[in-house]
Design a protein around this ligand. Sequence first.
Ligand code: MRU
Length: 348
Amino acid sequence: MNIRTIDYKNNKIRIIDQTKLPHKLVYINIERLEDLWQAIKIMRVRGAPALGAAAGLGMYLGIKDYRGSDWLGFSRRLNKAAKYIASSRPTARNLFWGIERVCLVAANNKKQPVAKIKKIILSEGKKIMQEDMASCRKIGAYGSKLLKDNSTVLTICNAGILATIDYGTALGVIYRAKEEGKKIKVFSCETRPLLQGARLSTWELYKQDIDVTLIADNTAAKLMGDGQVDLVITGADRIAANGDSANKIGTFNLAVLAKYHKIPFYVSAPQSTFDLIIKDKAGIKIEMRKPEEITSILFKKDIAPKKSRVLNPAFDVTPHQLISGLITDKGIIRPPYFKNISKIFLGK
Ligand code: MRU
């Protein structure tokens, strides 16, 4: 693809600052872990797989200036970086997976000189990016089989190029279908409050020459009722062992609507989004964000009294019973999810 969300270049993490889209395509370079933490927090970089890469590369920022040569001191620094990055946003499994991967590879090489471990950590961060690029293409290949020529897909938030390294999960399915010569129409829910659907999905789909129509979130029922949606495809931030899937707030609404209208509802995600330690949705921590996201339009224009009591969960969990299939990099998983998720990822 022609857009790269996150990269490591000239000893810096380079990201697209997504808070500037769709007005300006701005790349920023990050050299300090504190700046990366902030970029994650305010969502300059966002989307579960992109957060996995940011976390992996962020671990390198956290240790690169360590001066000592002893494993004990180094591992303390590594753990400090891990805790710090983990405190940025709680829901996307990929962020924690990226941290854990780096900690594991460091521990496996603890007998090596510190300078060598640093290099290994950086190359692990880069490997996470390479793997995501391949995973998304596999998701695209499996998922595009669900789409016919002239299919219409409804999606929410941004599970595209901007949420991954360069291809996308839910939108990757659409890009692949286009590569295969299918004409696909997309309805993009605007995705209040931070408008990832309006600002990001619509922007990138236009850029990739996909027929996209932006809708307000509350238009989805009407479109489904009018027979204008063939299937719903969303991304995921964390998927429990039983298939319960956390994604952007409003995804659960769409799943309920899809069930009522007998429209297939698919969730797409790489293996790195699955959290098989947690049984079901009760184990998924939902991020609560600040009231100003709701009382204003992108912090620029107040649309409610500043002192309004506000509830602003960033995600909801779609129960597995409402999901027709999970489009993964290992294939499409169908119910019964507990059994089939464990078979595909754990081989049992
Ligand atoms: O709050 P965000 O913008 O990070 O939320 C992102 C989503 O909900 C995406 O759908 C999810 O991370 C999957 S991205 C492939």
